[in-house]
Design a protein around this ligand. Structure first.
Ligand code: SF4
Length: 189
């Protein structure tokens, strides 16, 4: 029996593969790199975790599942296995899949052939925006048809100003609580 996640905004994490490569300033703080380096495992090698692939099928109750907390779901190194993961996702509409990426430019080419809101309304696609430089990811996300689009502002590396256009794209956001409230109100009000 796997334990519930310690991440406040999800119930479980699911890692059908692990490993990644750094693409963004936020990657400097990547806990996956720290974790596998400590274990003497190369975090740059993207590896399928065969035993984890069907894990969501074992959860009978609907759960929020943060998908690929130890990789990036849209990393090119996982192209070979992603359709298997989509199959599992499709078979488990009672869950909500929280998929977060720093590679939104790859989302469209990596979606399953039958992607549409009706089939995958339980998939929430999100992007990390750690600084003003990465706000453009929200617009790229906006090009994808998806039930819920979201942003993670973790780790927050500087002030971020979102315009009306970006705010109209996203429905949900997660951010560090030490964020000053004046700033938060400005962004989300
Ligand atoms: S994209 Fe995510 S998993 Fe990949 S190196 Fe950056 S922080 Fe780590």
């Amino acid at each position: 029996m796997k334990k519930k996640s310690l991440i406040s905004w999800t119930d479980f994490t699911w890692n059908p593969w692990r490993g990644c490569s750094k693409v963004s300033a936020a990657c400097k703080f990547c806990y996956m790199f720290r974790y596998y380096n400590r274990l003497g495992i190369d975090p740059k090698i993207v590896t399928k975790q065969e035993g984890n692939m069907n894990y969501p099928l074992s959860l009978k109750k609907g759960e929020k599942i943060f998908t690929c907390s130890m990789s990036d779901f849209f990393h090119e190194g996982a192209d070979e296995w992603r359709n298997e993961a989509w199959e599992v996702i499709k078979k488990t509409p009672h869950h909500t899949y929280l998929i977060l990426t720093k590679r939104p430019e790859r989302i469209k080419e990596c979606l399953p052939e039958d992607w549409c809101r009706e089939n995958y309304a339980h998939v929430w696609l999100g992007v990390t925006v750690e600084s003003q430089n990465e706000v453009h990811r929200i617009k790229t996300l906006g090009e994808v048809k998806c039930e819920i689009k979201w942003v993670s502002f973790e780790p927050l590396l500087g002030d971020i100003q979102l315009g009306k256009e970006e705010l109209e794209i996203i429905q949900w956001a997660v951010y560090v609580f030490k964020l000053n409230w004046t700033f938060a109100k400005r962004v989300f009000s």
